[in-house]
Design a protein around this ligand. Structure first.
Ligand SMILES: [Zn+2]
Ligand SMILES: [Zn+2]
Length: 251
């Protein structure tokens, strides 16, 4: 671990329930989180539109799961799919409202390559859903967005971009992760917008492992004070704040 960026939280992880060949239960991941020295762990299964993932009822029940495992505090969210250019997502309002957080992401089954203004607007429109706190892997050049516009809007809405470690590995299936994350970090540094590092671990293997993301932060001389993973208390506070971006209904 790079000392100036202590990693005490990992909020983007998937258990066996998300499919994709993950074979580990939340209990196994909890032990891995404890061994990795995490203080706060989040489980964020894929939304129901991802082939092989869980039904909406899973997300209704998960909030009742234990909040402490192996000494690690647990929060439960979802990595929802943005389904269309209108920013609809694959969990209903009522279920999202009861979760601790949502990560909004675009994945290949839902989108074919689209234009930058349309994809940017899709993310912006998805801000309206309850508990949206993080932008999932916006570094993927297959789904290019206007970083400047999206990040400024995110900052105003109390929403934070992630630096997804999976996007940065040599075997990454996403495109241009290194180049785009560099750009993203540059803008966040200028805006003083904090980022969330994510392992996006599918099972126990990478829980708390942000090695590639940390190397990039160091290379970009990114301020440690803008890394949310080092402050689990602040992260919990962010999750508990009322959503600034929610329209139409009070949550
Ligand atoms: Zn994803
Ligand atoms: Zn994920």
């Amino acid at each position: 671990m790079i000392k100036q960026y202590p990693i005490l939280a990992d909020l983007h992880t998937h258990s066996i329930s998300s499919g994709h060949g993950s074979r580990d239960t939340i209990c196994q991941m909890a032990l891995a989180a404890s061994l990795a020295g995490l203080q706060l762990m989040g489980i964020s299964e894929h939304g129901p539109a991802t082939p092989g993932s869980v039904l909406p009822s899973y997300f209704s029940g998960i909030r009742l799961a234990p909040r402490k495992r192996w000494g690690v505090n647990f929060v439960y969210g979802a990595e929802v799919n943005i389904l269309n250019l209108e920013g609809d997502v694959d969990l209903p309002w009522e279920i999202l409202s009861a979760l601790d957080y949502a990560i909004i992401s675009i994945h290949p089954p839902q989108f074919t390559p689209w234009e930058v203004p349309d994809l940017t607007q899709a993310y912006l429109s998805a801000f309206r859903h309850p508990k949206v706190r993080f932008l999932g892997h916006i570094d993927d050049a297959r789904f290019p967005v206007d970083f400047e516009r999206l990040l400024k809007a995110a900052q105003a809405a109390d929403i934070y971009p992630e630096i997804n470690n999976n996007s940065l590995t040599p075997q990454a299936y996403r495109v241009d992760g290194q180049k785009n994350c560099r750009q993203l970090l540059k803008i966040c540094k200028r805006l003083q917008l904090p980022v969330l590092l994510s392992s996006d671990s599918h099972g126990v293997a990478q829980v708390g492992d942000m090695g590639y993301a940390l190397s990039l932060l160091e290379e970009c001389q990114f301020p440690p004070s803008l890394v949310l993973n080092s402050d689990p208390v602040l992260l919990q506070q962010i999750l508990k704040r009322p959503s600034r971006n929610c329209r139409n209904r009070k949550i």
